[in-house]
Write a protein that binds this ligand. Sequence first.
Ligand code: SAM
Length: 336
Amino acid sequence: MTKSLVNQSEISPNGNCKVQKNMQINNYLYSFIYHDTERDLCKLESKYVFEEEEKNRRLLSEIKIEPSSSAFIKNRIDIISFSKDYNVLIDEIKEECICVEGFKVEYLVFDGDKTEYAERLDKLKDVGYSIEGNPDYYDPTINYALCFFKGIWYFGVLIKNKFAWYKHKQKPCSYSNSININIAKALVNIASKGNRDKTLIDACCGVGTIMLEACFAGNDIEGCDINWKVCVDARKNLLHFNYTANIYSSDIKDIRKRYDAAIIDLPYNLLSRASEKDVLHIIESTGEITETLVIVSTSDITNLISEAGFGISDYCSVSKRGKRKFARKIWVCEKN
Ligand SMILES: C[S@@+](CC[C@H](N)C(=O)[O-])C[C@H]1O[C@@H](n2cnc3c(N)ncnc32)[C@H](O)[C@@H]1O
């Protein structure tokens, strides 16, 4: 992780601060979006990706993550200037000499910002007139954001989660056992800690829901499933979106390669029922090829996790919405 060029403690008493021209921006202001049932999962993902939990759906961090790699990150502001004094911020933006055609500036309203609508429009004009070039509100080449957060005005480039990964919902082969796409993305981020260089194995990959999200995020992932039919479907799904990843049609016990982390979405219903013995077998076997496990189950398997020689670092539960109510339990485990 690179040390930030600017952070809130570096603001001088008059409240001024500016990122120098041509220097790498490495302070980011994130906004999150999630349903109440996903709050704990979002916080767990945030803890593993940013090394701290988001608070009230906001997070200021030195860590840069693509919003689209998460189901919960709504957008990221790559901070260019910030100041306690609004007029100073405008001067700073002018000094940046930003010259761009087709830009758009958006005002993001954060908690605690009492600025009225009319004043927000005026402020957007101030920023717009500080940038050289013509704006384009409908098809912008670049989005900028202005916001007031915890007593400080921020201006920066706005990177939105375009939710392009929603296309995976139309995968050719589905499975009644398939995990929810938001959970799948969070599992990838927790297992990889947001590091795209980490190698992953989806030990019980089914039709590859988790694998699709790992491939989209840019992680190197392989899959394994004991049921050859679902392996065929998982390969079809990956191919449909032009992703390449190995899928082993095998019992996880027969995999020899090592990985940085494994995700295990355990069998849980009539289609893929597993006894305690089967669950222990899957966890122990996966433990032979990695030190880190992110396990999903609908029943409490804490005793089996410790019996398999793993300690639990974190836990959360996500209730399923809709008619069939149950909770998916998620454990982050490290080998003892
Ligand atoms: C809950 S499903 C996984 C669903 C998957 N995450 C998806 O979204 O499609 C559990 C899977 O574990 C597989 N499985 C059960 N025992 C296994 C074993 N010993 N090795 C590998 N896969 C196994 C089952 O065939 C089943 O497809």
